[in-house]
Design a protein around this ligand. Structure first.
Ligand SMILES: C[S@@+](CC[C@H](N)C(=O)[O-])C[C@H]1O[C@@H](n2cnc3c(N)ncnc32)[C@H](O)[C@@H]1O
Length: 223
């Protein structure tokens, strides 16, 4: 058996047992695929991890950067109370429209808002609204801008908030300081910012599973 087949089998077991897709989550993936969206959503067990982390935070307000078809948004939205708010930023109008339909089917359209445009334009507009601080931020868009997203996340959160940055391993290339891949350099810049930022305490983990070899960084906002 290949290594990746083994990772898949173990993820299937974990997911079936602990984080199964219900009809709504399955429909979100089906509709995303039918609309031609790439299958780059989080795995179900990672979606459940995000949900549990948001619940541990007691999150009332969540910011997501990178919506795709709203699959991770549904996991996160379900962590919120009925008067909670989730803002998710998406560059691609087609992705945003699929996500809006998926969120409506999930009954989350009252608390989850999809904002369309490049996140680096949406974030300053959001800041201009002087929003209440976000309790949880999930960064999962274009990796080249990861350090900018972490900077914005710090501005838009409060002491105790949690920032999760997805896909930080880059197939192992994250350890290569000389990599010519802008996504690797963007991710390294984000990790170095987390390491050096006086208001952040962070770590990063490698993972394997149905989505292959990957990993994520976690950073807690300090007082
Ligand atoms: C990895 S996918 C998000 C997956 C989603 N979080 C999930 O797990 O279901 C990344 C998304 O970020 C969007 N994106 C890429 N660059 C962006 C940018 N500059 N601003 C906003 N969204 C962007 C892409 O169009 C894509 O839909």
């Amino acid at each position: 058996m290949s290594e990746s087949q083994l990772w898949n089998d173990v993820d299937d077991y974990f997911t079936t047992l602990l984080a199964p897709n219900d009809d709504t989550l399955a429909a979100a993936l089906r509709e995303s695929e039918a609309a031609g969206l790439p299958s780059i959503n989080v795995a179900p067990n990672q979606g459940k991890l995000l949900q549990i982390l948001a619940q541990i935070q007691g999150a009332r307000r969540i910011l997501e950067i990178g919506t795709l078809g709203g699959y991770s948004t549904i996991w996160l939205g379900r962590a919120l109370p009925v008067d909670g708010q989730l803002i998710t930023l998406e560059y691609d109008l087609t992705h945003a429209e699929v996500a809006r339909r998926n969120l409506a089917r999930a009954g989350l359209d009252k608390i989850a808002e999809v904002r369309v445009g490049p996140a680096l334009e949406s974030l300053p507009k959001l800041a201009d609204e002087n929003p209440e601080p976000f309790d949880f931020v999930f960064v999962d868009a274009d990796k080249v801008n990861n350090s900018h997203y972490v900077e914005w996340a710090v501005k838009l959160t409060r002491p105790g908030s949690l920032i999760v940055v997805d896909n930080v391993v880059r197939g192992g290339a994250v350890a290569d300081a000389g990599s010519g891949d802008p996504s690797v350099q963007g991710t390294r810049a984000a990790l170095e910012l987390i390491a050096s930022h006086p208001k952040l305490s962070g770590t990063a983990l490698q993972t394997v599973g149905s989505k292959g070899y990957d990993g994520f960084a976690l950073a807690r906002v300090l007082a």
